[in-house]
Write a new protein. Structure first.
Length: 290
């Protein structure tokens, strides 16, 4: 095993660990292992965390090309301000991240399995934990148990397998399957990233009945409220051109819908001054309550 010790005063704190081919690194019961860098398990290498009460705290990347054996109460926790990338398929027991604004990337096509508890909390609106694929629009997969605490996430390109994941106060950034539930979330459905629209496109969607819905875009390069409307008794709302109070900047722009404290995911679009058949498409937002 290749490991760089941070300090002799903290013998279980490493700058990085590589478990090389054919090696086995076994944690003892109750051992806490902190890695302020990356953990790499090479092909035919083994990380054995099956002893009772083992804890791994990681700030960097998790790469598993070998074998990881979790115990019945072992925990892997992702911390640190930088993004972490999970490569390879791994079975975890407890999987935890409660660091505000943390980003975790999952290798496209990989599957992560959690058998114990799934504990994710970005702490507040605006500091969501961001979960992304390493390849935009390519799926990553996760299977979690019914035992879960999930709050303040921003999720994209994911399929939750077998069990549903109920992500409270979270953002659905699109291309997630129906096992991901986003109660009360504001969801941007259309246009997709890269669409072209006019300077005052019709914006429509759904919200809780009677909700005040505000739409924001870039005006003078500043995120600005461009209009407001109210959803009807069926929850449908529409912002038409005559209700605009500002004109969107041409070129690269963004659109976000808000209803109270709930924000949609942000969609990147291109604004052109002259309307064409391609720019007359509606912008659709939804606020879904499960």
């Amino acid at each position: 095993m290749t490991a760089l010790l941070i300090s002799a005063m903290a013998p279980n704190v490493y700058a990085g660990i590589t478990i090389e081919a054919g090696e086995v690194y076994a944690l003892t019961a109750g051992e806490n292992l902190t890695v302020e860098g990356n953990i790499t398990i090479e092909a035919t290498g083994t990380l054995d965390a099956s002893a009772a009460g083992t804890n791994i705290i990681l700030t960097g990347n998790w790469t598993n090309h070998g074998t990881c054996t979790p115990g019945t109460d072992s925990t892997v926790t992702f911390e640190g301000a930088g993004a972490s990338t999970i490569t390879g398929d791994t079975t975890f027991y407890n999987f935890t991240c409660v660091t505000a604004s943390k980003q975790i990337n999952f290798t496209a096509g990989s599957t992560q399995t959690v058998n114990g508890t799934f504990n994710m909390n970005g702490q507040a609106n605006g500091t969501e934990i961001v979960l992304r694929s390493t390849v935009a629009a390519s799926k990553w997969f996760i299977q979690v148990p019914p035992s879960q605490t999930v709050n303040y996430l921003d999720v994209k390109d994911s399929d939750a397998l077998v069990n549903q994941i109920r992500a409270e106060d979270s953002i659905n950034s699109g291309n997630n399957n129906s096992n991901w539930l986003f109660p009360g979330a504001v969801i941007t459905i259309y246009p997709v990233d890269g669409s072209t629209v006019g300077t005052q496109p019709t914006v429509r969607g759904t919200a809780d009945p009677g909700s005040t819905v505000e739409v924001y875009g870039l005006v003078g390069t500043v995120s600005t409220k461009i209009g407001q409307t109210t959803s009807d008794t069926n929850g449908n709302w529409r912002l038409v051109q005559s209700a605009y109070i500002a004109t969107l900047d041409t070129g690269d722009n963004t659109l976000t819908a808000k209803a109270g404290a709930l924000n949609s995911n942000t969609v990147s679009i291109t604004i052109v001054a002259a309307s064409t058949p391609e720019t007359l498409a509606d912008v659709i937002f939804c606020i879904v309550t499960v």
